[in-house]
Design a protein around this ligand. Sequence first.
Ligand code: RIB
Length: 302
Amino acid sequence: MTKKPNIVAAGSLNMDLVLTMPRLPRMGETLQGDDIHYISGGKGANQAVGCARLGAAVQMIGAVGGDGFGQQIMERMRHFGVGTETIDVLPDASTGTAAILHTAGDNCIVIVPGANGRCTPEMIDRHSETIAGADSLIVQLEIPLPAVLTALRIAREAGVPTIFNPAPALPLLDEQIRLGDYFTPNETEFEFYCGSPAASEEELFQQMKAWRLRFPEQTLIVTRGKHGISYTAGDEIVTVAAPVVQVKDTTGAGDSFNAALCFGIASGWSLEETLPLAVKAASYSVTVFGAQDGMPSLSDLT
Ligand code: RIB
């Protein structure tokens, strides 16, 4: 049997309060919703689960509060086979929550970080050996930046490949961006990092080429929803199209993509092998309700 790739995910764990409604309300309007669900989420946890579902051994670094939500989230992680010993339980903090206004085609999210906001560089540092021993590290921006950067620096020093999903978008210095071997914004986030919108696909590709000149050692992958992804391959921009699917829930599609990317890199696959699979994983995830329940196994993708 081949060895399982060994992945560390450092990031957020949230309880998602998903309110399902026929359409989003207008400002000042009261709207009757159809349903409410309490589902484990958070970009870090979703990506950890995504990697585990694909067959990786995953250790999650992060924090939950001492409340019932924290316990439920930890149990859910263990159910998916994610290692939770490296998750701090902070008795005096509330667990992170995300209020998600969900319609069939789209969603809006408000996050209250709670324990996620209390992740410190010291908490990450305690697990430096775990990070240094991984086949790849994946991070996002739902825990404080100093903690994210600590994880990235430990991995970089140890030669562990890093997937930096810069979401939600935050101001970053060039030297911080460089800590990601793979930098994976969605189109809106990429617009933020470039400082200007792209009016056409051609302009997007120009911006991506300019990014490549600025960060020549990094692979930039822009996720583009139903249009798939585009990435820098040397001086070229290559697009991997997404299959057409019946969309039920777009929450966590980006997380599913990033998890599969991380899995492929940790497995030693080439980008040409990994990216079509990762695009398929994201497309699969939108056909299932709930961010973590939509994460595919390898057999779902073949
Ligand atoms: O990427 C989707 C996730 O973003 C949700 O699970 C929610 O918790 C927010 O963090």
